[in-house]
Write a protein that binds this ligand. Sequence first.
Ligand SMILES: [Zn+2]
Length: 100
Amino acid sequence: MSQESLAIKEIWQKNSITLGIKWSDNQEFLYDVRTLRALCPCAGCQAQRPANELLEQVRPKTITSVGSYALKIDFNDGHNTGIYSFEFLKDLGEQQKKQG
Ligand SMILES: [Zn+2]
């Protein structure tokens, strides 16, 4: 597994709950923002997972890159401490693809 130059070429909001990411290896994956929120890797969410009612309403407000290795998503529920590494996002996309 190579760590070199995993990067995002393009990121777009397909609709209110779907993000698209095109990776440096030209693979494209779609991400459900509710899934991303549910899988938030921050310590707070690791300790206590967000409730399902909240997840139904959740939308990203802003998405910013953190260095060249991660994305930070500011959600409309006020949560913005989740840092999603490219590696995490890429793996997630690949898993979802396998599951169809
Ligand atoms: Zn979190």
